[in-house]
Design a binder for this molecule. Structure first.
Ligand SMILES: *Cc1c(COP(=O)(O)O)cnc(C)c1O
Length: 381
């Protein structure tokens, strides 16, 4: 099946008993056993639940992986993954990460002896040097990064990591499997915040891991049950329902992202626009090589800094001032004071997250209304 067909049909198909085209929402914590320790495949919903199984089957299909696992949040997925690391381990990571990912890595560094080598995510040579410098368990990547929309050459870094016996984890939240499938480029594990594009309607919190290999997938499934950061069946149903329309939604986000990026780039009040679909993006060629579209995330650096960002954001009427991203409605936020406030100011400055930076999540509205709203914002600057 081609991706659009897969999105609609993934997850196991109609219910075998009733023919219902959607999975039932199994609101049951426990399941009857036919004799002590004999069961019908389900025992207790932390371990597994039929609605979650449908979602997990779909997740594996979307990313072309062997094992999909659903979690109660993206960070729940990451926390479970970190439980898999032997103590004293080393991670090599791109240095422009989701703020909460950075915060959890930092906690493990100070509490559990994890060491994280942060490198410029755009530089394959920097990954090579960090891998040479010490034995590493995992290379942890976001591409495009949040909020600066930088890219990592996923195929090159994956083969480099494998030569050093490190596994590659890619947070694929921004691109979604519609536009980028890292397992096909050599990565070993995908992480998603399903809160974002997969759910797609800003109505749930959820996460996912998808493993390319069954052995790592089974170990993570064991940890999923042992740690217990699992989603409820209603949230599983909602993510699966979001996945049905992922293809059409992502193409609408992509159209609007490009329209907004092209509009903002022309303004004299704008220092820079970060969007991998713009020819001016420093890695436009790599973007075209490893992505089939660029989605709805656009960052804009306003020349006049913090005060400009505040005026701009307060003037917007269609873009809602809110954290998060990936829903059908457009959102705008200020990384320095909101999503990335937990990153120390000097670290933010070193990474290019300026006080004038505004991150936009372009929804699926009419692009003319979005552009008119941004014009209103720029007039207020
Ligand atoms: C939101 C987000 C996360 C964290 O996911 P939650 O569902 O909020 O826990 C991780 N990575 C990226 C890129 C995100 O945008």
């Amino acid at each position: 099946m081609r991706p659009d067909t897969k999105f609609v049909h993934s997850g196991g198909g109609p219910d075998r008993q009733t023919g219902a085209v959607n999975p039932a929402i199994y609101l049951s914590s426990t399941f009857e056993q036919t004799a002590p320790n004999e069961n019908r495949g389900y025992v207790y919903s932390r371990t597994s639940n039929p609605t979650r199984t449908a979602l997990e089957t779909a997740l594996a299909e979307l990313e072309n992986g062997r094992r999909g696992l659903a979690f109660s949040s993206g960070l729940g997925a990451l926390a479970t993954l970190l439980e898999d690391l032997p103590s004293g381990q080393r991670i090599v990571a791109g240095d422009d990460l989701y703020g909460g990912t950075w915060r959890l890595f930092h906690h493990h560094e100070t509490q559990f002896g994890l060491s994280v080598a942060y490198v410029d995510p755009t530089s394959t040579e920097a990954f090579a040097a960090a891998l040479e410098a010490g034995e590493s368990h995992i290379v942890y990547l976001e591409s495009p990064t949040n909020p600066l929309m930088r890219l990592t050459d996923l195929a090159a870094v994956s083969s480099l990591a494998h030569r050093h016996h490190a596994r590659v984890v890619v947070d694929n939240t921004f691109a979604s499997p519609v536009f980028q499938r890292p397992l096909e480029l050599g990565a070993d594990l995908i992480l998603h915040s399903t809160t974002k594009y997969l759910g797609g309607h800003s109505d749930l919190i959820g996460g996912a891991l998808v493993a390319s290999q069954s052995d790592w997938g089974e170990r993570l499934a064991w940890l999923q049950n042992a740690v217990g950061a699992v989603p409820g069946p209603v949230d599983c149903f909602l993510v699966l329902r979001g996945i049905r329309t992922l293809g059409v939604r992502m193409r609408a986000h992509d159209r609007n992202g490009l329209a907004v990026a092209e509009y903002l780039e022309k303004s004299s009040k704008v220092q820079a626009v970060h969007y991998p679909g713009l020819p001016s993006h420093p890695q436009a060629a790599l973007a075209r090589r490893q992505m089939s579209g660029f989605g709805g995330m656009v960052s804009v650096d306003l020349k006049a800094g913090m005060s400009a960002a505040r005026r701009f954001l307060k003037a917007l009427k269609i873009f809602t001032l809110a954290e998060s991203l990936g829903g059908v409605e457009s959102l705008a936020e200020h990384p320095a004071s909101m999503t990335h406030a937990s990153v120390p100011p000097e670290v933010r400055a070193a990474r290019g997250i300026t006080d004038g930076l505004v991150r936009l999540s372009c929804g699926i509205e009419d692009s003319r209304d979005l552009v008119a709203d941004l014009a209103r914002g720029l007039r207020a600057v």
